[in-house]
Design a protein around this ligand. Structure first.
Ligand SMILES: [Zn+2]
Length: 83
């Protein structure tokens, strides 16, 4: 999708800091983080809504969210909160 910043960078393989990647999704370190360690996990297939995700994409994205969260919590000795 030409006007999607994520698809554009994914197509150019230009993410600077890839934390995890599999067939369905990719976890990256935000280049302009709101806070230290700010990450983004995105599906590799362009979509407009989370409701468009397949079961495999959904499992992949949430597995990466869980793994990256665990790593960041350990790295930054972070307090746990969800929202
Ligand atoms: Zn896209």
């Amino acid at each position: 999708m030409a006007d999607c910043v994520f698809c554009d960078q994914l197509g150019k393989n230009s993410f600077k800091y890839v934390l995890m990647e599999d067939e369905y999704s990719i976890a990256i370190l935000d280049e302009y983080p709101y806070r230290k360690g700010n990450c983004v996990v995105i599906p590799k297939r362009h979509m407009l809504s989370i409701s468009e995700m397949t079961e495999e994409e959904n499992a992949s994205v949430f597995k990466m969210i869980t793994e990256v969260s665990k790593a960041l919590e350990q790295l930054f000795n972070a307090k746990k909160h969800f929202c």
